[in-house]
Design a protein around this ligand. Sequence first.
Ligand SMILES: [Zn+2]
Length: 213
Amino acid sequence: MSREGELRDHIARWGNLLYQRQLAHGSAGNLSARLDDGTFLVTPTNCCLGFLKPEQISRISAEGELLDGEPPSKETFFHLAMYEERPGAQAVVHLHSTYSVAASCLCHEHTKDDVLPPLTAYQIMRVGKLPLVDYYRPGDKALAEAVRLRAREHRAMLLANHGPIVSGASLEQAVYAYEELEETAKLYFILGDRKVAHLNPQAIAEINRVFPS
Ligand SMILES: [Zn+2]
């Protein structure tokens, strides 16, 4: 099977699994991956990830033009902004999963550069700092510019009142990082107002030194 065929299979299987794990619902959420020729595979608009088939997946140019498959997700433009700023990114995952979206709805007046406190080593390794991107209405192309500004420094970010965008060096890595983020957001809410022992700056620096992203 060609690399494109393999990636189509992969995207469909991960989409199905993320839906089964209840990280995606209805027709929300989209996955994408970069092909060697500079084009991209993106999940189609109005598709349910739970029933996605490999042949439905859209292939688009770097400018967002449809090359084959069904019309791409309306959120494709911010995937492309992420790829443009992160040459090492091979895949992007964007879902509307419950705990991450809940975190995106909180007021983060003083924590916009890193929304979630440092709770676990895997959060630091897989997600890193999680900046908040201001709210934009669905489809507003100004969101692409806001994403671009954060993408230079961050592999993951949280769109206010919307949900996360997470990139990775492979589709698996992007999915694992997304799942780690969702679990971290869940922990954050479970811990609530209790006195929490956050990882200290020395511990974070050591993790980043031993496991560079
Ligand atoms: Zn969305």
